[in-house]
Design a protein around this ligand. Structure first.
Ligand SMILES: [Fe+2]
Ligand SMILES: [Fe+2]
Length: 198
């Protein structure tokens, strides 16, 4: 957007419909840069040193590679790639952040898995830290329990092998562009289901 198109108002209450038309054009351009920003954020996880066997970036690539090689659908592969991206800005609730990023673009199931992956991961280590490894049982009634259990068992808790050959980030970029190409998230899908039932 050039200078000429910059809005002149200083508060929302002064705005006119024409102002918002100009702003929304800009918003569309900004939103189109989402995948580039996510790719840059993922690279922030590429720590030069970590106490883990692999760093968070390598773990993310490994998680996505495991999902891809297991034949998971594309949004699940992208979810695996991004499931820990919230660590960049929200170390104490990274699952919620990653889930919120994905929410407009993925199914309710995939959103739910990412949102709850922390508690399902806890099955593998909470008992070593004085916690309850069975905390995931609080979600046993969810229709997505088994899918979350599968995701964590096959794509997350085991994605720390330094000898594993990860696919590079470039390999996943086209998948990200397809998944983030159009917001068709679970809220819209739920509406569609309701419409179909009426
Ligand atoms: Fe995580
Ligand atoms: Fe993880």
């Amino acid at each position: 957007m050039n200078q000429q198109n910059r809005a002149a108002w200083t508060s929302f209450e002064e705005t006119t419909p024409a102002d918002w038309e100009a702003v929304m054009d800009y918003e569309a351009q900004f939103n189109a840069g989402l995948v580039d920003r996510l790719l840059a954020d993922l690279k922030l996880l590429d720590e030069p040193w970590t106490a883990y066997p692999v760093n968070r970036f390598q773990h993310s690539l490994q998680s996505a590679t495991l999902a891809f090689e297991d034949g998971a659908d594309e949004e699940t592969v992208v979810a695996a790639l991004l499931h820990d991206i919230g660590d960049v800005v929200a170390p104490y609730n990274h699952c919620e952040v990653a889930a919120a990023i994905l929410k407009p673009y993925v199914s309710e199931k995939t959103w739910w898995i990412v949102k709850h992956h922390g508690v399902f991961q806890g099955y593998y280590y909470n008992h070593h830290l004085g916690g309850d490894r069975h905390a995931r049982e609080n979600y046993r009634d969810s229709p997505y329990f088994e899918a979350a259990e599968y995701f964590c068992h096959h794509y997350d808790q085991n994605a720390f092998d330094p000898e594993f050959v990860n696919k590079p980030l470039d390999f996943f970029e086209p998948m990200m562009r397809r998944v983030f190409g159009q917001p068709v998230g679970h809220a819209e899908q739920a509406e569609r289901r309701e419409d179909a039932q009426e």
